[in-house]
Design a protein around this ligand. Sequence first.
Ligand code: GLP
Length: 243
Amino acid sequence: MHMNIIVVKNYEEASQKAFEIIKSLVIEKPDANLGLATGSTPIRLYELMCEDHRVNKTSYKDVNTFNLDEYYGLKHDHPQSYYHFMHEHLFKHIDIKKENVHIPIGEGHIEEDCKRYNQLLSNNKRDIQLLGLGSNGHIGFNEPGTSFDTSTHYIALKESTIKDNAALFFNGDLDAVPKSAITMGIHNIMESKHILLIACGKRKAEAVKGMIEGEVTEELPASILQRHPHVTVIIDEEAASLL
Ligand code: GLP
């Protein structure tokens, strides 16, 4: 097992730790390929990257980014789209070039878009893939039951994910949450040289336990990370409480 597990006090420390890892990669390799994630977890990390860019001028001008996923059926400029999220929380505050930003397109021709995204991913291996963790153990939008062999695909979201995301991002309005999404598959995620997963809070404790100590099973997608040669897991005390 190659998981490097770092337990920190709280969300702030987890974000700081993750920031140090991303910053040293970008400094060492200015044209790094970063796999990025959405959700509430990476928000503070992105804030730290923006602050650091502003104050210390760490540059992202040659960096390429590849996001994990996008809701299906929301236009780019929809305030809840992941495209919008990424621009608001990160891209518009740093010097990344627009053409170096890649996010699945969550509308129109699904199959063509999945094919295009897979091609892009196989031509641009990620140096690091940032991941959050769904409370049901999903990574990206690879819900429990998704085959480990999948590449970018269209997926119907589980009720629990719709509920989680309604509470966090849609003011509790279940009807407003898209019911499907486009996501990198487990296969694409596993291709990254280094995987950096952050999970905080009690809500994640069970999934964290399964991911680290449970059997490797498609019922808990994140458990596949036990088979990756270079994984860093940053968790706070609450997320680590069942270990
Ligand atoms: C969504 C995203 C995932 C994210 C998960 C957890 O489902 N597609 O990439 O990891 O939410 O979100 P949060 O960080 O808000 O708990």
